[in-house]
Design a protein around this ligand. Structure first.
Ligand code: NDP
Length: 241
């Protein structure tokens, strides 16, 4: 019987590539999204993957959304915490709202999504939690104190929870992508991309969403059962930890 995977923010960008790769690997996949109906419905039609709308920063909405997915597809074996936002500003101009929105979505979202699923994964003796952090959580990024703090928090979450899940067959890992060629990054003016961003990347190009997705498929697999509390850096050699 195929395992069930839920990808937050799974309707576009890196999350869409993850949803599609997991489906191709044989999982029954559900993709969550926040509110971009047009993208979500287009993704559902193209991929055949069902989409579910809720806000990962709201605990109750996560519990209800998860219950709906489980009623439709069965118990969730693989959770990919991918949903994320940016609200960039230099720190001296950052508002409490910009700080709060990023922490609620990018960090508290992991608690809200993982906590309701955790007892079931422990009881069944199998689970995979895969958190999409960022290179900017590893090295910090000016203009992104909120985002860097949340993404670094995701790594602490991963390492601590991995210790709790290990004896129960539940692994918890993180992936830290560098610059990935999503719509957001490709919208950067070509001159900035070619003169400022790509020269920082030793492999000489942006990463592809599918390259992150393949890391997820591996971490979700039985083959990765001995890997927990780990971070895969997928950044083209830009930063080593
Ligand atoms: P996109 O902006 O392309 O997509 C974000 C997805 O997350 C969308 O599906 C969006 O839904 C969903 N989302 C946003 N907020 C919420 C919320 N509160 N509740 C539920 N879903 C939400 O992002 P990327 O593909 O670029 O990034 C994906 C992840 O990878 C993020 O965590 C990001 O921080 C991380 N990352 C990205 C990098 C890059 O270069 N792109 C580099 C390093 C890390 P909707 O469409 O409805 O808005």
């Amino acid at each position: 019987m195929s395992r069930v995977a839920l990808v937050t923010g799974g309707s576009r960008g890196i999350g869409a590539a993850i949803s599609v790769a997991l489906k191709a690997a044989g999982y029954k996949v559900a993709a969550n999204y926040a509110g971009n109906e047009e993208k979500a419905q287009a993704f559902r039609e193209d991929s055949g993957i069902p989409v579910y709308k809720w806000d990962v920063s709201n605990y109750q909405a996560c519990a209800e959304g998860i219950a709906k997915v489980e009623a439709d597809l069965g118990p969730i074996d693989v959770l990919v915490n991918n949903a994320g936002i940016t609200r960039d500003a230099m720190f001296h101009k950052m508002t409490p709202e910009q700080w709060g929105e990023v922490i609620s979505t990018n960090l508290t979202g992991l608690f809200n999504m993982t906590h309701p699923l955790w007892p079931g994964m422990r009881d069944r003796g199998f689970g995979r939690v895969i958190n999409i952090s960022s290179i900017n959580g590893q090295k910090g990024q000016m203009g992104q104190v909120n985002y860097s703090a949340a993404k670094a928090g995701d790594l602490g979450f991963t390492k601590a929870l991995a210790q709790e899940g290990a004896a129960k067959g539940v692994t918890v890992n993180a992936i830290c992508p560098g610059y990935i060629g999503t719509e957001m990054v490709r919208a950067v003016p070509e001159k900035v991309l070619n003169e400022r961003i790509i020269p920082q990347i030793p492999v000489g190009r942006l990463g592809e969403p599918e390259e992150v997705a393949r890391c997820v498929v591996f971490l979700a697999s039985d083959d990765a059962g001995f890997i927990t509390g780990s971070t895969i850096s997928a950044n083209g050699g830009q930063f080593f930890v």
